[in-house]
Write a protein that binds this ligand. Sequence first.
Ligand SMILES: [Zn+2]
Ligand SMILES: [Zn+2]
Length: 137
Amino acid sequence: MRTLLHRHGHAATTRRAAAYEALLRANDHLCVEHLLEAIARDHPDWHMNKTTAYRTLSLLGDLGLVSAMELPGERAQYEVTLHGPHGHIVCRECGRLRDLDPDVLAQLNDLVADQDFRTDPGQAIVGLCDACAAAAT
Ligand SMILES: [Zn+2]
Ligand SMILES: [Zn+2]
């Protein structure tokens, strides 16, 4: 990771490494607030603000180390790219998030392309999970 940052001509600052490590350890999708909480737990003496966090995440994104998932009307969620490209489905009631198999995503994109349409990369599919659907009836 430090090597990669160096190769791209960026100084491997501890903050960038800390953000990456926090995401890696969470092994999950984190919004910027949760990421800041995780970093604060690791480095109680730091005061990283949201602007710095967003800048750090966007740099890690440019390097292909972190990917962002956009949610309509919600904060973006970030994750490390170790698991490869995949889609997301998210419950609009409880916010439960699931990864979508890349093959399923590819098929979906093909079907949508048949309708002369293109999905936004990184955009999650919003719906209702079974638990919330059952609670609604
Ligand atoms: Zn739900
Ligand atoms: Zn994911």
